[in-house]
Design a protein around this ligand. Structure first.
Ligand SMILES: [Fe+2]
Length: 186
């Protein structure tokens, strides 16, 4: 297979987004391209394996539009680390590169009318491995954690940079919703 670059991936995504407005269709069209880029190590740098010792993860921005639309990251999780239940408020495609990460999906069972309150029910969970990819819609809620014994690395593509979507993080036990303040690099 021909090498695939981040630049070509980004231009392929731009063509998809220009021709398609449905978030689910955008995700399904990007998914095989994300899997192809994730499987190609021609662009991969060893620094993408680095994680912040305190936070337990590393975020590496590969591409972002000037207006913050379309952002591509490599995210690395240390073993046992992850992010509690959250939404993205934009479409997302995640493809495994190395290691493994466990994804739990939730549905919201309250009507969202009470500020700060959210009642979530677990619907599905699966471990994402290299070669796999998953798509999320803007309101989908999931948690992820590295359930392996080595660094987990994955390719994340979002319809908008996560600093600019107003996404939420949830405490499933306490039934709370709050602004997701896990800031990612600009
Ligand atoms: Fe996520």
């Amino acid at each position: 297979m021909q090498p695939y670059s981040v630049e070509t991936y980004v231009s392929d995504i731009k063509a998809i987004v220009a021709a398609e407005s449905d978030d689910a269709a955008i995700g399904e069209k990007i998914k095989p391209l994300a899997q192809r880029l994730a499987a190609d190590d021609s662009w991969f740098k060893s620094e993408y394996l680095e994680v912040d010792d305190e936070q337990g993860f590393g975020l590496h921005l590969l591409f972002e539009e000037d207006n913050h639309d379309l952002a591509v990251f490599v995210i690395a999780w240390a073993p046992g680390k992850g992010l509690a239940a959250h939404n993205h408020k934009t479409w997302a495609v995640v493809s495994g590169i190395r290691g493994q990460e466990h994804e739990t999906n939730y549905k919201r069972v309250d009507d969202g009318s009470k500020p700060g309150f959210a009642d979530l029910e677990q619907t599905h969970s699966a471990t994402l491995l290299p070669g796999n990819a998953v798509c999320c819609l803007p309101e989908d809620i999931h948690s992820v954690w590295n359930n392996g014994d080595q660094i987990a690395v994955s390719l994340h593509t979002y319809g908008r940079h996560l600093n600019h979507t107003g996404r939420s993080i949830f405490d499933v036990e306490a039934k709370t919703e709050s602004p997701c303040i896990v800031k990612v690099e600009e």
